[in-house]
Design a protein around this ligand. Structure first.
Ligand SMILES: [Zn+2]
Ligand SMILES: [Zn+2]
Length: 297
């Protein structure tokens, strides 16, 4: 009996149908379903529900009135657990973004998006990522409406939303105005806070529905996630057969020495721990001498 069920599961996996006509709950209140739902539908045949009245702000906000619990992955897990509970679903999805400086070039802003997929039935966790400098993340102290307006326009206003607050690190709710996408709102927020101080902080609103640039990165992370879900373990057919190691050492075409370019990917199954090493993942068996430390030091 057990075996029959298992075989059916493996057949579904092999055909890429494991999640066809299944439903996942998306733990969001920031309209992320706009980019996530069409990809799940197209690539996996999967539907999405968003719980009404789901307060993701309880798990942390970018403006820090509520501190995020743990790292991005832990925060996403918490949101999913909660959304599964109130929606009675066993498959859940949540995304978390972080913003800061580029890891190598400190003055360039950087956005790292994570999207987590949890299948409780299969005891499976798969994570998609996107990380790049394509973000308008910025903040500035300004002393007038004109200055605030200039900053806003330079960072994508009014297509992108903005936040006005008393200081860069204020956490008082009454001193923060979010989701500003029109001139009247901007004017009102700036004037109100400038009334009792000489400078205020303006910053980009990073919540997905106020930030089309971030929404694009959530879309990229979702595509990465779906690709991993579609990658099936050759041994046990579990989805999420993914790269766990990148090995350097592609041979130089001219001198034959190993270079820093990728020679192989190691893939591993989370369930049965089957491993494969795939040579030449970028389709090239040799490195160009211009990338070789011996030929082109
Ligand atoms: Zn496996
Ligand atoms: Zn060489």
């Amino acid at each position: 009996m057990m075996k029959a069920k298992n075989n059916r599961y493996m057949d579904k996996c092999r055909n890429g149908n494991l999640y066809k006509n299944r439903i996942a709950v998306l733990a969001t209140m920031h309209k992320k379903e706009q980019v996530i739902a069409p990809i799940l539908k197209r690539e996996l045949g999967m539907g999405l529900v968003v719980p009404e009245q789901f307060d993701t702000d309880a798990f942390g906000t970018f403006t820090n009135e509520i501190e995020r619990a743990g790292d991005q992955l832990q925060a996403a897990r918490k949101k999913i657990e909660n959304a599964m509970l109130i929606s009675d679903q066993i498959i859940g999805i949540a995304s978390e973004g972080s913003f800061g400086s580029h890891p190598m070039v400190p003055f360039i802003p950087f956005n790292r998006e994570l999207i987590l997929f949890v299948d409780k039935e299969q005891d499976l966790e798969i994570t998609g990522f996107a990380a790049n400098s394509n973000t308008n993340y910025a903040k500035k102290m300004v002393g007038s409406f004109d200055e605030a307006y200039e900053f806003a326009v330079a960072h994508g206003f009014p297509e992108h939303g903005f936040i006005i607050k008393a200081t860069t690190d204020t956490i008082q709710r009454e001193e923060i105005e979010k989701g500003i996408t029109c001139l009247e709102h901007l004017n009102h927020a700036v004037t109100k806070l400038l009334d009792s101080r000489s400078a205020i902080c303006i910053e980009t609103d990073m919540r997905a529905m106020y930030n089309p640039t971030r929404m694009k990165n959530i879309e990229l992370a979702t595509l990465d996630l779906v690709k991993k879900i579609q990658s099936i373990c050759p041994e046990c057919s579990t989805p999420g057969y993914e790269v766990v190691e990148y090995k350097k050492g592609l041979t130089c075409q001219y001198c034959g020495n190993p270079t820093d370019l990728i020679l192989s990917h190691v893939l591993e199954c989370k369930k049965c721990h089957h491993k494969d090493e795939v040579l030449y993942p970028n389709g090239k068996e040799y490195a160009d001498p211009s990338r070789c430390n011996w030929c082109n030091p």
